[in-house]
Design a protein around this ligand. Sequence first.
Ligand code: MG
Length: 309
Amino acid sequence: MAGNIRLYEVSPRDGLQNEPEIVSTDAKVALIERIVAAGFTDVEVTSFVSPRFIPQLADAAEVIARLPKAEGVRFWALVPNPVGLDRAVETGIRNIATFMSASETHNQKNVNRTVKESLAGLKKVIGGAAAHDIRVRSYISTALGCPYEGDVPVFKVVDLALALREAGANEIALGDTTGMGEPSQLQDLIGALVAAGIPVSDLACHLHDTRGTAVVNAYAAWKVGVTTFDGSIAGIGGCPYAPGAAGNASTEDLLHLFEREGCDTGIDLEAACEAGAFMSEVLGRTLPGRYHQYWLGARARRAKLAAGS
Ligand code: MG
């Protein structure tokens, strides 16, 4: 066995917030049930960003109230600010995720604040979460490049990661927001974060497949010790504020990669593919994940053969 891989499933939140339709609460709960049944241990289920900005996830409290009872599964919600934290605490959720960008322009466009202002706000959120014994993961967006500024210096990402850790973040998720990163760059960034004192086991990679590099970047990160990867079933979603951004890393692509490498993910690839087929039906279109598309094609061929025999 080549070791354990932890896949952190983001489709109910990062996937659906960037789809044009508003998916029903029933369909969201049905998706989460399928994800849990497939064996995922970490699922980001919704967001407490104001419904004025993300109407797709306005039913956050209801989704949390209807989560399946699942031993050993951590459900996560995105929290933007202290108001969002209050709403999250009310629902009883035990794990939250915060977000901000390493680059000034993307942060301004995304949350209308400077990096310094965002960090000050998130320190309050992270401290408040700790007071409720809530686990925190902190996303650093544009960690591998900014669509407005281009290269993002490694020291900016390292300084921000250290500040978030000092505030109490348990896990740092490196976001390649518009899929600009390449494998050796990602390995260098991980090396710098580890050299700065952050255990590699507390790092996660949130990769995007905008330029077709999500899987190769995941492989490169794994080769330098990262074992937590974010995926979205069938590759749905992305970042709504970054021009040209499309396609979270597809969960099925990552699962296939790590299974073939002999890793233990604890997840049933077929069941994950069934969840992808379900989302394709709900959204009524072909979804971007490569393995998802391969699997649907293979299933259709099997059905045709069965019908003809
Ligand atoms: Mg994403």
